[in-house]
Design a protein around this ligand. Sequence first.
Ligand code: SF4
Ligand code: F3S
Length: 106
Amino acid sequence: AYVVADPCIKCKYTDCVEVCPVNCFYEGANFLVIHPDECIDCGACEPVCPTKAIFPETELPEQWKEYKALNADLSTKWPNIAEKKSALPEAEEFKSKDGKRSLLDP
Ligand code: SF4
Ligand code: F3S
């Protein structure tokens, strides 16, 4: 499955949602996750994310390994999102910031 990692936090552009053929994105207050059992590995979401937050799980950068389990867990708790919406107001400011894990709203 594909995994949403750190760069999405406090941005949430949702371009990924618009292209996903199986609607397997789930939405928190300032982050999105992919349900690993629903993702069909089509790869459509990866190139459209303005923050480059999405990776195939096998190519997830070492420092973001924990996001695989986070996507699996949070996707069972958060509501589905099937339509693109506006990015967060602070998205441009946080787009290129690193180490946003502590800012993730549970
Ligand atoms: Fe959806 Fe395809 Fe991205 Fe999986 S890889 S989340 S199926 S767009
Ligand atoms: Fe997040 Fe990128 Fe989607 S910022 S909401 S993973 S388009």
